[in-house]
Ligand binder design. Structure first.
Ligand code: UD1
Length: 398
C-alpha cells in the first residue's frame, strides 16, 4: 500500500501494524485504536491478532460485539495455562504470524501475559514494539501484571501514557523521554463510545433471570468485581473479603459480576454459604455494555480491577479498590477512587462514608476526553513514516 507523505517526508510503503489483543481488558483498549487507524488519512494498514488467552463468549466474543471490534484476522487460540505455558504458547504461535506479514510495528496494550509474549517475539525480530498504557507501576512485583508492564516497557520503542506520572516512572527506569508520548486514556474513548447503548441494571438482571427489585433500596446498589489472584486464590483471604461484602450487603444490595477464577474458587473453598442471594446477586461475567450500565447506576463500585478504577473515575461514581496498591494513582488524586485494602472494618467504614454523602466526587484527569485513540493514530503514523525515512537515509549514506 502506498501512503501519501507527511510534512515533507517521502511517501512510505508501510507494512501492516499488527495489533494484539488477548484478554478481556485488552478489548476496550484496542477497539478505539482500530477505529482511529481506519479513519486516519492516509489509512494505516492493520492486522488484528487475538491470542485467545480469553476464549469464552462471556470473556471475549461478547465484548467484540459490544465494542464494535472487527473479527480478528488471526486467532492463536492459546487458551488457559500456567503463566509459563501461556506465555510460551503465545510466543510460539505469534512468531510465524510476524514472519508472514513483515509488520511495520507490533502494538500491544495493557499488562496481560499476551502483551509481554508478543512484545518479546517482535523485539527479537527487530520489529518495533509500541506499548499503549505504558509506565503504570504498582511497585508490587508479586503481581504478574507488574512484571509484564516493566518488561514490556523496557523493550518498547514508542510508549503511550495515560497520566503524566507514568513518564516519570519510565524515565527512572532508563527509558528516554523522547520515546514516551502522553496521549490520555483509550479506556475513556470506549466509555464515551458505549455510553448511549449501556444497559440499565434492571435490564441486565432480567436478562440473567434475576428479580431487579432486589436492587430497589433507598441507598441504591453497589457493584462488585474481584479476580486478582492475591484476592481470590487464597481461601482465607477470599473468605474475609466475602464476609466484608456480606456486611456491606446488609446496608445496600450488591451485584457481583463473577470472573471464572473467582466463581470456581468460591465453590472449591466451600464459601458459597457466605453469599445471601437476597442481598448479593451473583452474575456471570458481564458484557461491556452491561458493566457500563451497572456501574453508571451504582452508588459505589468495590473492585480489584485496574480498568474499573478508571471507568468509575470517568463516570463520576465512587470506587473502593480492595487492594493494597494501585498502578493508577491519578484515579485517587483526581478521580473517585479510594484505596481501602482488604481490611473488613476499613471497607465497611468507607462504604458508610459514601452512603452518608461524603464519597469522592473527583474530576476527569487530563486528556481523558474520548479522543486518545485519534492522538495515538496520528502520532503513530508520523512516527512510522519518519522511522522508515531514517532507515532509508541510513542505507543510502552507509
Ligand atoms: C488475566 C490477566 C489480568 C486481567 C484479567 C482480566 C494476566 C497475567 N492476567 O487474568 O491482568 O486483569 O485477565 O480477566 O494476563 N477462564 C475461563 N474463560 C476464559 C478465560 C479464562 O474460564 O475465557 C478461566 C480459566 O480457568 C483460567 C482462569 O480463568 O485458568 C484465569 O484466566 P487467565 O487468562 O489465566 O488469567 P485471568 O485471571 O483472567
Amino acid at each position: 500500500m502506498t501512503n501519501q507523505g507527511v510534512a515533507g517526508v517521502p511517501a512510505a510503503n508501510l507494512g501492516p501494524v499488527i495489533c494484539v489483543v488477548g484478554a478481556r481488558p485488552n478489548f476496550m483498549k484496542m477497539a478505539p485504536i482500530l477505529r482511529a487507524m481506519a479513519a486516519h488519512v492516509p489509512r494505516v494498514p492493520v492486522l488484528l491478532v487475538h491470542t485467545g488467552q480469553h476464549y469464552d463468549q462471556a470473556m471475549s466474543g461478547r465484548l467484540f460485539e459490544d465494542l464494535g471490534l472487527q473479527r480478528p484476522d488471526v486467532n492463536l487460540e492459546v487458551g488457559s495455562g500456567t503463566h509459563a505455558v501461556q506465555t510460551a504458547d503465545v510466543m510460539r504461535r505469534f512468531e510465524p504470524v510476524v514472519d508472514a506479514h513483515a509488520p511495520s510495528c507490533v502494538v500491544v496494550v495493557g499488562d496481560v501475559n499476551s502483551t509481554l509474549a508478543c512484545a518479546l517475539v517482535a523485539v527479537k525480530k527487530g520489529i518495533p514494539v509500541v506499548h499503549i498504557e505504558a509506565g503504570l507501576r504498582s511497585y508490587d512485583r508479586t503481581m504478574p501484571e507488574e512484571i509484564n508492564r516493566i518488561l514490556t516497557d523496557q523493550i518498547s520503542a514508542r510508549l503511550y501514557t495515560t497520566e503524566r506520572t507514568a513518564e516519570d516512572n519510565l524515565v527512572r527506569e532508563g527509558i528516554p523521554s523522547q520515546h514516551v508520548c502522553f496521549v490520555g486514556n483509550v479506556m475513556i474513548d470506549s466509555v464515551v463510545y458505549g455510553r448511549a447503548s449501556a444497559r440499565s441494571a434492571s435490564e441486565t438482571l432480567q436478562a440473567c433471570q434475576m428479580d431487579p427489585t432486589v436492587l430497589s433500596c433507598p441507598a441504591g446498589y453497589g457493584v462488585v468485581t474481584l479476580h486478582r489472584p492475591s484476592n481470590v486464590d487464597n481461601a482465607e483471604t477470599l473468605r474475609a473479603l466475602l464476609e466484608a461484602l456480606a456486611e456491606v450487603a446488609g446496608r445496600l444490595p450488591l451485584v457481583f459480576a463473577l470472573h471464572p477464577r473467582t466463581r470456581s474458587n468460591i465453590d472449591r473453598f466451600g464459601l458459597a454459604g457466605l453469599v445471601d442471594p437476597l442481598r448479593m446477586v451473583l452474575l456471570p461475567p458481564q458484557g461491556y455494555l452491561e458493566m457500563q450500565g451497572l456501574m453508571a447506576g451504582a452508588t459505589v463500585v468495590l473492585t480489584d480491577s485496574g480498568g474499573l478504577q478508571e471507568e468509575t473515575t470517568a463516570l463520576g461514581v465512587a470506587c473502593l479498590t480492595l487492594r493494597e496498591n494501585t498502578e493508577r494513582p491519578i484515579t485517587i488524586e483526581h478521580g473517585t477512587n479510594t484505596l481501602v485494602g482488604r481490611d473488613r472494618n476499613a471497607i465497611v467504614a468507607a462504604v458508610e462514608e459514601i452512603l452518608a454523602g461524603r464519597g469522592k466526587r473527583g474530576r476527569l484527569p487530563e486528556l481523558w476526553d474520548g479522543h486518545t485513540a485519534e492522538r495515538i493514530a496520528a502520532d503513530l503514523y508520523q512516527w512510522l513514516v519518519l522511522r522508515q525515512a531514517r532507515t532509508v537515509l541510513n542505507s543510502v549514506t552507509a
